[in-house]
Design a protein around this ligand. Sequence first.
Ligand SMILES: NC(=O)c1ccc[n+]([C@@H]2O[C@H](COP(=O)([O-])OP(=O)(O)OC[C@H]3O[C@@H](n4cnc5c(N)ncnc54)[C@H](O)[C@@H]3O)[C@@H](O)[C@H]2O)c1
Length: 276
Amino acid sequence: MAYNLLKGKKGIIFGALNEMSIAWQVAEKAHEEGGVFTLSNTPVALRLGTLEELAAKTNSTIIPADATSVEDIEKVFKESMEIFGGKIDFILHSIGMSPNVRKGKTYDDLDYNNFHKTLDISALSFHKIMQVARKLDAINDWGSVVALSYVAAQRTLYGYNDMADAKSLLESIARSFGYIYGRDKKIRVNTISQSPTRTTAGSGVKGIDTLIDFTERMSPLGNADAEDCANYCITLFSDLTKKVTMQNLFHDGGFSSMGMSMRAINQYNKSFEDCK
Ligand SMILES: NC(=O)c1ccc[n+]([C@@H]2O[C@H](COP(=O)([O-])OP(=O)(O)OC[C@H]3O[C@@H](n4cnc5c(N)ncnc54)[C@H](O)[C@@H]3O)[C@@H](O)[C@H]2O)c1
């Protein structure tokens, strides 16, 4: 059911690769809610993914960009404003990648060139997007900027590797830029800390299936899926959340507040029975 929450609003959605992507789900919901937007991803992702299908479905233009390149980001904003004939109201940063994780490098044997790339792609790109937007005065007053994070920013989760550092930085950038943008333009900046989700990036996380099972058992509401996450993003882009800023908002069925649940302890006990 749609509520026209984004009627009249214009946005940019970074990071939809295929139907599983969280950004894809956000784009579909934003379209349903009356928003218009451009879509951006890297030229490689455009070749490997199915973004054109989403663009056709949502009447959107694709603007290729590597989000580590300030020049590319400037192009995305300038072209988007040209298409809309005005400024932007909402932005989704749904970008993450660790070359160390991809290459199987462990946290105590990181390649530092790769580490720089992880931070640049997964965190600094968020700063670059906002710095470019601000210099171009590209976001309307009371606009909303959202990036996707993960609880590994606060807690250590086996195998999340240097992405944990990237997510900590991402959340810190949301606070630091949120202050500046809020003070000057009433623009809000938040991160959503999402449950583990089966996507292309998600399947790169070591032991993702076990992790998804564990968090499902630990969370009173169960894991949040990509569609749930999209719904939450829409509320943050809408005018219903105008005073929410500089927050890391857990969207994880309660996982981040749990220590041990009945379902998890039952499973743990079963593993002892198996050993008998
Ligand atoms: N899947 C999960 O379990 C999970 C949980 C919490 C947070 N997140 C976060 O959600 C976001 C979206 O990931 P997803 O799970 O939808 O996976 P996904 O693989 O569909 O999306 C990741 C996107 O990042 C893009 N990307 C990589 N390098 C880029 C670059 N240099 N410039 C521009 N784009 C680039 C990819 O092309 C891809 O579209 C990421 O920030 C991820 O860390 C995912």
